[in-house]
Design a protein around this ligand. Structure first.
Ligand code: NQM
Length: 347
């Protein structure tokens, strides 16, 4: 089934319908999506990382959890499939897909699905509208980056036990001569001050993608940051995501441009926004000094190239001084197509 999840689009499969061997599965998914080819003309992929995504869904064996969701990022122009990150946007489509495939019964009014994010171990609760045994995709919720309105999907994500919000244990690090905050509130990201890179923060994604020197600088920081975050050699990985932060321009808390990690996001990922929102709430972190935080409990509005993403994030420091965070966000999703895919016969 092809669904839009938030501001991304992906192919959703039941685990039983794809090979269980990871190599055979990845090879099949490359052929399904039409990779490697920068146009993905011969497959389902949309020639951008945001539309070259796969969700594999199965019933969960974990007590209190309904569904296991494994995310795969299929690289557009290389024969690479990565499980090193999850995707909070495709997460929005997982509950509806589970109902569509009969893994979870639709509730009357709303359906609640507890989902294990297999890639990270984090647990999500998704609540979305449903009536007469069906998912209600229509509704009046608008999200920036998607035309029109659709049914409201509430997502709450809690970190797996033992995970560290600040993987280096520090609020800021010096990485290749730049002050950086390395933070993971669902998605490992590197927060940088845009001004240090000659970026004002109102550039379009295409403008930033055209700056090869900037890309090289960020990649150097990313490779070093990946090691510091315990992710190892991230050369062939899609994490950490690189964030250039600047003061807000349109009433939000902070303005962002995200390298994911080489293309520039046209908006922002859900869990990326959760990580940024947590970071700018921690005194001393990169971005905290320029952030205009809302009074009280309102959502933190993260500005991005396509508008604003509200992220409801709380942070707290325990007695040992360790920072923790929790996050909630609102997305929409839509079933676009259901059917049988015919993969290319060979790579
Ligand atoms: O951060 C893009 C997206 C994402 C990830 C990417 C995401 C998230 O916007 O939660 O959703 O990782 O390249 O779909």
């Amino acid at each position: 089934m092809l669904l839009r999840g938030g501001t991304s689009k992906g192919a959703y499969f039941l685990a039983d319908d794809v090979p269980s061997d990871p190599d055979a599965r990845d090879e099949l998914l490359l052929r399904v999506m039409g990779s490697p080819d920068h146009t993905q003309i011969d497959g389902l992929g949309g020639a951008h990382p945001l539309t070259s995504k796969v969700a594999i869904v199965s019933p969960s064996a974990l007590p209190g959890v309904d569904i296991d969701y494994l995310f795969l990022q299929v690289t557009v122009d290389e024969a690479l499939v990565s499980t090193a990150q999850t995707c909070g946007n495709l997460l929005a489509g997982v509950g509806p897909f589970a109902v569509e495939r009969g893994l979870v019964p639709a509730g009357s009014g709303t359906t609640t699905v507890r989902i294990r994010l297999v890639n990270t171990g984090d647990i999500a609760t998704a609540v979305f509208p449903s009536h007469d045994g069906r998912v209600e995709y229509d509704g009046d919720t608008a999200i920036d980056g998607v035309p029109g309105t659709a049914g409201r999907i509430e997502l709450e994500v809690t970190a797996a036990a033992g995970k560290h919000l600040l993987p280096t244990g520090r609020v800021a690090d010096e990485v290749v001569g730049h002050r950086a905050t390395l933070i993971d509130n669902g998605m490992p990201v590197v927060l940088l001050d845009a001004a240090e890179f000659g970026v004002t923060g109102d550039e379009t994604p295409a403008e930033l993608e055209g700056r090869t020197e900037l890309a090289a600088q960020l990649e150097e920081v990313r490779l070093a940051a990946g090691r510091l975050m315990g992710l190892g050699d991230v050369t062939a990985q899609t994490v950490p995501k690189m964030f250039l932060l600047s003061p807000p321009r349109s009433g939000g808390a902070v303005s962002t441009r995200a390298f994911i990690p080489h293309r520039v996001h046209t908006s922002i990922g859900v869990l990326m926004a959760a990580s940024v929102a947590a970071g700018i709430r921690i005194p001393g972190a990169v971005g905290a000094e320029m952030a205009a935080l809302p009074d009280g409990d309102g959502p933190t509005l993260i500005e991005h190239p396509g508008g604003t993403m509200p992220a409801e994030v709380t942070v707290h420091q325990d007695d040992a001084g360790t920072w923790h965070a929790a996050s909630r966000s609102v997305r929409t999703a839509r079933k676009i197509f259901d059917g049988r895919v015919f993969p290319r016969p060979r790579l």
